[in-house]
Design a protein around this ligand. Structure first.
Ligand code: PGA
Length: 245
């Protein structure tokens, strides 16, 4: 049996971000040219603020670090206002001065999506595999865009978005039709990272975090697969998200 993930409970959402940022910074200080994946969503905003502060203070540089994006809507390119990659560029990659050549974007508009996804896997492997995967937790238990039903050994691929995720995305697409598919790094791909940090905050995530960490492992809650490699997983949660653990 693998060890259970370590859970670090901190006082606030801001502290979740600071704690995760400290791990990212320490990882890069140890080995500047590593491959790291970072999530989209509201959860990592505090971490991004902290990391950008370090870059501006001159104590951290992403000059040699390779950033692998975790997910993108199919048919949506980074210049689209609703692109997850474009959003990440604006809130983090540009202000953190990550060189454009070091940003690895899901090929979700490629003519042959399956072979492009396999190419993304090769790209990760070619950079030595992920040294660190920072993940958010979806309200439905997804990690990256591995929706419920995703297999624990799944690889980078196109998935059907659940009605819940489509509903959530409607807020961003403002009347335009919401994509029904996304390309995501696989669960199995993420489990191979040498360190995994799951960041979670707020009451709304308390029940799904409890299910992911305490109920039997299930594809209905893809985050529960993290327990297969619990010894290298750190969950950083605020008191609200950790309330039911
Ligand atoms: P959120 O999304 O950070 O906006 O809550 C998390 C996720 O879906 O991974």
């Amino acid at each position: 049996m693998p060890a259970e993930p370590t859970v670090k409970i901190v006082s606030s959402a801001e502290a979740v971000g600071q704690s995760a940022a400290a791990i990212v910074a320490a990882t890069i200080a140890r080995k500047p040219d590593v491959a790291i994946s970072i999530p989209t969503g509201s959860t990592p905003l505090g971490m991004f603020r902290d990391l950008i502060g370090r870059v501006n203070a001159g104590t951290l540089s992403f000059a040699k670090t390779h950033i692998f994006c975790l997910d993108e809507y199919v048919g949506v390119t980074p210049d689209d206002p609703n692109s997850l990659t474009g959003w990440l560029e604006g809130v983090f990659l540009k202000p953190a001065r990550v060189p454009r050549a070091n940003v690895h974007v899901l090929p979700s508009s490629a003519p042959d999506l399956a072979s492009a996804a396999a190419g993304y896997e090769r790209d990760i492997a070619g950079h030595g595999g992920l040294e660190l995967a920072v993940l958010g937790l979806g309200g439905n238990g997804h990690i990256a865009y591995n929706e419920p039903g995703s297999a624990g050994d799944s690889r980078t691929r196109v998935i059907d978005l659940t009605p819940e995720s489509i509903e959530q995305a409607k807020g961003y697409f403002e009347g335009r039709s919401v994509p029904t598919h996304a390309m995501t790094v696989g669960v199995g791909t993420l489990l191979e990272a040498r360190q995994i940090v799951l960041i979670v905050h707020g009451h709304s995530k308390a029940e799904i975090l409890r299910a992911a960490l305490r109920d039997p492992e299930t594809a209905d809650v893809p985050a529960s697969f993290l327990r297969r490699v619990g010894e290298k997983v750190l969950v950083i949660a605020d008191q609200e998200a950790a309330a039911l653990l």
